[in-house]
Design a protein around this ligand. Structure first.
Ligand code: HEM
Length: 141
């Protein structure tokens, strides 16, 4: 099974759990108590859409989509010092909150699937982290 299929299947199982998005923002806030100020004015539906778009764009980039790669570059700028100015260390906490959430929500998660999430989303997180400056790399589809 390809990495993308592994994650897509796991993501589908996560979404069958209605607590998925709420769990992510709970875990993120537990790790970063100040994070709420960046989301002021966003309602629950918007928060869910941000996370959904973060994951789907990352998966599309990993599958080789140039449009998704462009979007991640724009997101890096949007989150960086010129616009929202999110501290760079927040991004590794975002990834850990996501992994904890997948652990809590995918009833069939195994070590390989968790590692695949970490690899694919870890690269996307590095791409949007303001100071990383990593070159784009693609996974084999
Ligand atoms: C703790 C770290 C992060 C914080 C505090 C944060 C915060 C935000 C905020 C406040 C928005 C709303 C932006 C707006 O109003 O235009 C947003 C949007 C978004 N973020 Fe993040 N973000 C974080 C990490 C990430 C990561 C790691 C990714 C990708 C892997 C990501 C992808 C996105 C996407 C796709 C949107 C939606 C952009 C749009 O539709 O215009 N974010 N984020």
């Amino acid at each position: 099974m390809s990495d993308l299929t592994t994650i897509t299947d796991s993501f589908r199982r996560c979404l069958a759990n209605h607590a998925f998005y709420g769990t992510f923002f709970q875990r993120l806030t537990r790790r970063l108590p100040q994070v709420g100020k960046y989301f002021e004015g966003a309602d629950e539906a918007m928060l869910h859409a941000f996370l959904r778009k973060a994951i789907t764009t990352s998966l599309m980039e990993a599958a080789g989509s140039p449009a998704a790669a462009d979007l991640l570059a724009r997101i890096q700028h949007r989150h960086g010092p010129v616009e929202m100015d999110i501290p760079p260390h927040y991004f590794s906490e975002w990834l850990e909150a996501l992994i904890e959430t997948v652990r809590a929500c995918d009833p069939m998660l195994d070590a390989h699937t968790e590692e695949t999430w970490r690899t694919v989303m870890g690269r996307a997180v590095a791409l949007v982290t303001p100071t990383s400056g990593l070159p784009l790399q693609r996974l084999a589809p």
